[in-house]
Ligand binder design. Structure first.
Ligand code: BES
Ligand code: ZN
Ligand code: ZN
Length: 467
């Protein structure tokens, strides 16, 4: 339980210390702080046993570096780091943030995110120890807002961490319906038959091999109906990617339960904006499928007529993400989108190239790319722009169809180029999170596992251009 109050509540306290500036603390804490050996170095964490000299048993002093270098990204990571260190050893904690109000939103976000840990599906539940936190502050509203966003981020992480026998296409549809119902969002679900009838043959083809039917989720938020601008967010929702007939090697295949991280991120954005209520128009399109080999599966060599009318030769059934996304992109255009951003665990090539330090970005608009990179910087998520020279399209030439779904080189770029070719004159950005959506090690404030990247950037992008 996290509370926000004026009162000292629990037996442990966490306070912050700058390297070059003394913050104001109440007298009882100040007297203990005299014994502190913390230099204020960023992330330095010191535990002072108060030996009964104050109502707290322990005071934790957390260094946050110099005032010159201080910003919300630093606070986000530093507070998260301390919580990751303490969450398995303490059961209760007061936190006394003494920053200007601008930073309280970040405190809420960082805290909520750092407290999440995926504990699996076990007979005996294995919860983290730190269950009771009280934030001593009068800025209840801003902290609360951060806590709420953090909660949505954790919900998205949970969806990605959970296995694909739970998280099926139908399960994601139910989650979207729950969000739409509670937040009063417009939602439409296109099932297999409607998709077939409309000619969304790519989504249908990728889903053909699975017993779980494919669907397309469409959620709409119109915060400024008079504005002609519409941003569409498209999330790759492959609930399990076996590779299909072009079967993946068994080593590491279990990680492919996270191939719906783009979908989870878009769901999370929709939940957040329905609470933050920006004056913007946003459509979410989430194709959900399972990519499986079977007698009914689509095959290498197949030619599919996409929703746009353009035909695609399937060279590799493991390049399924771009197929389901291209149909969603064409539909987004039809709905009047002026900007389209897709978020997808699209290529192993991007993961190899950028690791989990940068998120891949390909865009046909310098302005859009610039805005995304800037918003990423504001929240501490790094993007690296991939080239999109038109000559790359030569690699996707096909004798059998208008275009083929993959080639042997330039993996991450061609994935993006394939999608860009369905956007023509519309502002488009493709975000490849294959290497960044999931981490085998904690990276503060995130524990290991899914981290919902780049949801915070997208929320910043939507809120920022709203100012
Ligand atoms: N879902 C994978 C990409 C992926 C790989 C995500 C590793 C997360 C971690 C995607 O569908 C895929 O298999 N891509 C292929 C494309 C290739 C066949 C052109 C890849 O990257 O190997
Ligand atoms: Zn995939
Ligand atoms: Zn694949």
């Amino acid at each position: 339980m996290i509370s926000i109050s004026d009162n000292e509540t629990y037996s442990n306290l966490l306070i912050f210390k700058f390297k070059n500036f003394e913050m104001e603390y109440p007298e009882n804490i100040k007297s203990i702080l005299r014994f502190s050996e913390n230099t204020g170095e960023n992330k330095e964490l010191e535990c002072i046993n108060t030996l009964g000299k104050c109502r707290y048993k322990n005071i934790f002093v957390l260094g946050i570096g110099t005032t010159e270098e201080f910003n919300s990204v630093k606070l986000f990571k530093t507070l998260g780091d301390a919580i990751l260190k303490l969450k398995n050893s303490l059961s209760e904690l007061d936190i006394l943030p003494t920053f200007p109000n601008d930073f309280n939103y970040t405190i809420g976000e960082s805290l909520q995110i750092a407290l999440y840990k995926y504990t699996g599906i076990k007979k005996v539940e294995n919860k983290i120890k730190l269950q009771n936190i009280n934030i001593i502050s009068k800025y209840k509203d801003s902290i609360n807002k951060g806590l709420i966003i953090g909660h949505s981020i954790n919900y998205s992480r949970q969806l990605v961490n959970m296995p694909s026998n739970y998280v099926t296409p139908k399960y994601i549809v139910q989650q979207a319906e729950n969000i739409a119902r509670s937040e009063n969002l417009d939602i439409q679900i296109l099932d297999k038959y409607m998709l077939k009838q409309l000619g969304m043959n790519c989504i249908c083809s990728v889903g053909k091999g699975s017993i779980h039917n494919p669907r397309l989720i469409i959620m709409q938020y119109f915060g400024n109906p008079r504005d002609k601008k519409i941003l569409s967010l498209i999330g790759k929702g492959v609930t399990f990617d076996s590779g299909g007939i072009s079967l993946k090697p068994s080593k590491g295949m279990e990680d492919m339960i996270s191939d719906m991280a783009g979908a989870a991120s878009v769901l999370c954005v929709m939940e957040c904006i329905s609470k933050l209520k920006p004056k913007k128009n946003i459509i979410a399109l989430i194709p959900v499928v399972e990519n499986m080999p079977s007698g009914s599966a689509y095959k290498p060599g197949d030619v599919i007529i996409t929703y746009s009318g353009k035909t695609v030769e399937v060279v590799n059934t493991d390049a399924e993400g771009r197929l389901i996304l291209c149909d969603a992109i064409s539909y987004a255009k039809e709905l009047g989108s002026t900007t389209i951003i897709d978020i997808a665990t699209l290529t192993g090539s991007c993961a190899n190239f950028l690791g989990n330090i940068n998120i891949g970005l390909l865009s046909n608009s310098n302005e859009l790319a610039h805005d995304i990179i800037k918003c990423g910087k504001n929240v501490g998520e790094n993007f690296w722009r991939l080239p999109n020279n038109i000559e790359y399209m030569n690699e996707l030439k096909s004798d059998a169809a208008d275009i083929k779904n993959t080639s042997t080189k330039c993996g991450a770029i061609l994935g993006g180029m394939f999608l860009q070719s369905f956007c023509e004159d519309i502002n488009f950005a493709h975000i490849d999170i294959a290497g960044s959506a999931y981490s085998s090690k904690p990276s503060s404030p995130y524990d290991k596992g899914a981290n919902a990247l780049p949801t915070r950037t997208l929320i910043e992008y939507i809120m920022e251009s709203n100012k």
